[in-house]
Ligand binder design. Structure first.
Ligand code: NAI
Length: 703
């Protein structure tokens, strides 16, 4: 049963029991209405307590029902809340823990509410591109006041119950329990108290009947719109939250409910909402590996070692220190260790300065860090992550040494970005313990972690590192072994298109502007300058050997020959002023591109922003389709996660695969066919990947 019914003397207790968070799925909703009916029919019952078992009162809608007919099947949440309101016997919500979204809306429908301290209370719908849809925007302002309610609804952030209970004049909680442990008893007592109070048949209190006004009215909502509008540029929902809360102050309750409903339904169909819901589900789906069951036993990771204290080694180390896991860093020379530690300290000190980290926390974290020059000191580590130079010979030496010293069962991970993880595994006698952990720079900041599964990587190693990823607050996505894994393999095609666009008539600034207007955090040329153009140069030099037939624009090589590597040299596609990140267009670079174009006999043409965006984004999509077909990624949504979390793809578009789905795969392929006819582009690349062609033929989508 997803909702249990029990009678304690004269009080009926309905306990939501739908793990993990008592989502208000169909069975749970039925359980509540059945419980209410039983209680109201039982003469011995005088009042009702509605509470939750386990980790939550209720986390709101059951995400497993998202997009299924069950989500809307009667009784829907609105009818459940109405049934609660209409109960002839008083209903007391007893909140011992999380009350979010529909869970909070349900509590707001109850006649009385009691909470334990420490509960997380929120209306987080805005994070999914929605507004609360079961009265949250109409009832919360009535119990908390307009401003506090609007803050919660627009931010979607959880607030602690004791903080809410301390707001002057609040009517959200009639009573606070002394502790979560005493809540059940105190809720029964409150139920008995209110039963006695209403024994005379006096009306039960309803939130809908409370007044709702803001003393400044229009002026306040004008201010709120200015603030919210400025901060939520590409998302319609936050401003709609303001509209809905304003309606609570200007309309009658039922009209306000109707208004909320209309907004909710309209938002549901916006691409932004679809994108946010997709990302929400994709993030959860990414942690699941099709052939690794969720009950796969995991290895205990209590201590970690990191080899190499350079750019990546330092950032990777910080992730573990932040999560309270001790790290031992190994380098070849003491100076390298000193430099690595100094950088970590500098990063933490910047956080302390900005007030993002408390000084004592900083010291606690540093206390978890130790260093060594001796591999024998690593033997107690449960996992080691290698982040040394990107050179197979160096990796070979390191992994042979690790194979000698690491204890049995230790996980041996490599942060390589381009090398073959299977080959690295073959340097050890335990390839089943070897895995790729591809962090992104800066590793202490970027959310993405590509987990590279080697041909022999053990399932429990996969399960363990996915768990570790969660612990260090990364979005871990599994990739098979291939050159560039998911993210960089796709970005190479995108970069190639960027080059062709220059050859054909664009400037770097024009390309960057167009794709940034589409929503990317940074265009390909600004990104090249940030990452270092020499990295792409090294990869291309390799490609010229491996794939001599592959077409590339030469402009990027010409740029590198001038030593314009990007921000680190103060000059790349753009110029940079020391200490600033502004990209300043450079005439010399533009002339270099023009001269190269001339040498190829190309007459420049004006290229529209639309063409720029389509060529860049669809190049990602076509390569991604190959990646899916080859099984490098197990689902399209994993690719979307990689691009949202690691490559600055616009969140409100949901990732390249969802975007392609929304444009329509038929239209995507039509555009590709057009691009294939351009003699200056790469016709072979634009052949739709077989999977893509198949989906179009079958009228299907990626997601
Ligand atoms: P880095 O040059 O900043 O650091 C490498 C460090 O490894 C140096 O401090 C060096 O002294 C040390 N080292 C070299 N050989 C060693 C050995 N045999 N034993 C112990 N320490 C040794 O390089 P970075 O950028 O940190 O890259 C490290 C790895 O991470 C490479 O495999 C790279 O491909 C990968 N990576 C780099 C990214 C980036 O954006 N920089 C992104 C993702 C992965």
């Amino acid at each position: 049963m997803t909702a249990e019914y029990k009678v304690h003397g004269d009080v009926a207790v309905i306990t939501l029991n739908n793990p993990p968070v008592n989502g208000l799925g169909y069975d749970t909703r039925i359980g509540i209405t059945n419980g209410l009916a039983l209680a109201n029919a039982d003469a011995a019952v005088k009042s009702i307590v509605l509470t939750g078992a386990g980790k939550a009162f209720s986390g709101g809608a059951d995400i497993r029902e998202f997009g299924t007919p069950k989500a809307l099947q009667d009784p829907n949440l609105l009818s459940v809340i109405l049934a609660v309101e209409n109960s002839a016997k008083p209903v007391v919500a007893a909140v011992h823990s999380v009350a979010m979204g529909g869970g909070l809306e349900l509590a707001l429908g109850c006649h009385y509410r009691i909470a334990a301290p420490g509960c997380n209370v929120a209306l987080p719908e805005v994070k999914l591109g929605l507004i609360p849809g079961a009265g949250g925007t109409q009832r919360l302002p009535r119990v908390l006041g307009v401003e506090a309610a609007l803050n919660m609804i627009v931010s979607g952030e959880p607030v602690k119950s004791e903080l809410l209970a301390s707001l002057p004049g609040q009517k959200l909680f009639d009573k606070m329990a002394a502790s979560p442990g005493s809540l059940a008893e105190e809720a029964l007592a409150l139920a008995r108290e209110v039963a006695a109070k209403h024994a005379d048949g006096s009306a039960l209190p309803l939130v809908r009947n409370l007044p709702c006004k803001h003393p400044l009215g229009d002026a306040y909502f004008q201010f709120a719109r200015n603030m919210v509008g400025g901060m939520s540029k590409n998302f319609p929902a936050p401003l709609k939250c303001v509209d809905a809360v304003e309606a609570a102050t200007t309309k009658k309750f039922d009209e306000g409910m109707q208004f909320e409903r209309e907004i909710f339904i309209n938002l549901m169909w916006t691409p932004e909402c679809r994108a946010l819901r997709h990302i929400f589900q994709a993030e959860r789906a990414a942690s699941k590996i099709p052939d690794v069951p969720s009950d796969t036993p995991v290895r205990d990771i209590k201590a970690v070692a990191v080899i190499g204290a350079g750019t990546m080694g330092g950032g990777i180390t910080m992730n573990f220190l932040n999560a309270g896991i001790p790290v031992k860093m190994l380098e070849m020379k003491q100076e390298a260790l000193d430099r690595g530690i100094a950088t970590i300290r500098k990063n933490y000190e910047a956080q302390v300065k900005k007030g993002k980290l408390k000084a004592d926390k900083y010291e606690q974290r540093m206390a978890l860090l130790s260093t060594t020059l001796d591999y024998n000191d690593l033997k107690d580590a449960d996992m080691v992550i290698e982040a040394v130079f990107e050179d197979m010979g160096v990796k070979e030496a390191v992994f042979k040494k690790l194979d000698e010293v690491m204890k049995p069962g230790a996980i041996l991970a490599s942060n390589t970005s381009t090398l073959d993880v299977n080959k690295i595994a073959s340097f050890t006698k335990r390839p089943e313990d070897v895995v790729g952990l591809h962090f992104f720079s800066p590793a202490n900041v970027m959310k993405l972690l590509e987990v590279v599964r080697g041909a022999k990587t053990a399932k429990d190693v996969m399960a363990t590192v996915m768990g570790v990823g969660k612990k260090i607050k990364k979005t871990a996505v599994v990739s098979g072994v291939c050159d560039g894994f998911i993210g960089n393999r796709m970005i190479e095609q995108y970069g190639r298109q960027g080059g062709f666009l220059l050859d054909e008539g664009c400037t770097p600034a024009q390309v960057d502007k167009a794709i940034e207007k589409f929503g990317f955090a940074m265009g390909p040329f600004r990104m090249g300058d940030l990452a270092g153009n020499d990295i792409g140069w090294a990869i291309r030099k390799r490609r010229y050997q491996e794939k001599p037939g592959m077409k590339y624009s030469k402009t990027a090589d010409l740029l590198c020959e001038k030593g314009r590597f990007g921000q680190k040299t103060g000059a790349g596609w753009y110029d940079y002023v020391a200490g600033k990140r502004d990209a300043i267009p450079n005439q010399e670079v533009v002339e270099m591109i023009e001269a190269h174009r001339k040498s190829l006999g190309i007459t420049p043409r004006k290229i529209s922003d639309e063409e720029i965006v389509q060529r860049l984004v669809f190049s990602l999509v076509n390569e991604a389709a190959h990646i899916l077909e080859e099984g490098i990624a197990s689902k399209a949504s994993d690719i979307d996660m990689v691009y949202i979390m690691g490559y600055g793809f616009p969140v409100y578009r949901g990732g390249p695969m969802l975007y392609a789905d929304q444009v329509g795969l038929f239209n995507v392929v039509q555009a590709m066919n057009r691009f294939a006819k351009n003699p200056l582009d790469d016709a072979k690349f634009w052949q739709p990947a077989p999977l893509l062609a198949r989906l179009v033929a079958e009228g299907k989508t990626f997601n």
